[in-house]
Design a protein around this ligand. Structure first.
Ligand code: SAH
Length: 222
């Protein structure tokens, strides 16, 4: 099957799973997921599954990307922070929906690959850097929306601080090595209202930048 029909089937599946926001579905339709997966996985690029990427990480399942993006209720003029760039796929989708995406990844090698994809796709409203996302991006705060694509037991306090009043944060919370729930927080001054979306499994949110010597990841097989 051609990529185009695989993609059309994926979009139909997302719609059937209850994602009805047409802006979100067209953003997903406009980003070639095949460019964000390893060469060896290209034939699975439009399957509705998470896939392994370098550095022992994963590109999330399209259904989860779609639900997280819809739950964020991103507006055209918004500034969005993403923690965990990974392949860059989620950031690319967000970039179609908002004014600017800031994204942070702790693995330098992953970020380098993601940045190359952003350039090839001319996604010029994404700003990215290597670092510890649990500290957020204080120079650019506050953010209208924050999305965390790695799991923690509790939301990092710096991210709560950097969320604008009235803003939304979507993140997986629970056992970083086990079962987690996708949570949406809505900030009302110093109160954060919590809603559970559904159960998920993400790779753990790890404090600190990855050790370049051991985790450069290039050439490592996971
Ligand atoms: N959003 C990604 C999914 C990436 S998986 C995509 O669309 O492909 C989660 C990513 O979070 C991994 O790449 C992992 O290295 C990164 N990560 C984990 N802890 C982090 C931290 N403290 N700061 C920044 N990135 C982190």
């Amino acid at each position: 099957m051609e990529d185009a029909s695989r993609k059309a089937r994926l979009i139909l599946g997302l719609r059937q799973s209850g994602v009805t926001d047409n802006r979100v579905l067209s953003a997903i339709e406009s980003v070639p997921r095949d460019m964000f997966v390893p060469q060896s996985m290209v034939s699975h690029a439009y399957d509705d599954t998470a896939l392994p990427i370098d550095c022992g990480q994963t590109i999330s399942q399209p259904t989860v990307v779609a639900w997280m993006t819809a739950a964020l209720e991103v507006g055209e003029r918004m500034k969005v922070l993403e923690i965990g760039t990974g392949s860059g796929y989620q950031a690319a989708i967000l970039s179609k929906l908002c004014r600017r995406v800031y994204t942070i990844e702790r693995h330098r090698a992953l970020l380098a690959e993601a940045e190359q994809r952003f350039q090839e796709l001319r996604l010029s409203n994404i700003t990215s850097r290597v670092g510890d996302g649990t500290k957020g991006w204080p120079e650019q705060a506050p953010f209208d929306r924050i999305i965390v694509t790695a799991a923690a037991a509790e939301p990092p306090p710096a991210l709560l601080d950097q969320l604008a009043n009235g803003g939304l944060m979507v993140l997986p919370l629970g056992d970083p090595q086990g079962d987690q729930s996708l949570i949406r927080l809505r900030r009302d001054e110093q109160v954060f209202h919590r809603e559970r979306i559904f159960g998920v499994r993400f790779v753990p949110l790890i404090e600190g930048e990855a050790d370049v010597e051991r985790n450069g990841c290039k050439g490592l097989k996971h």
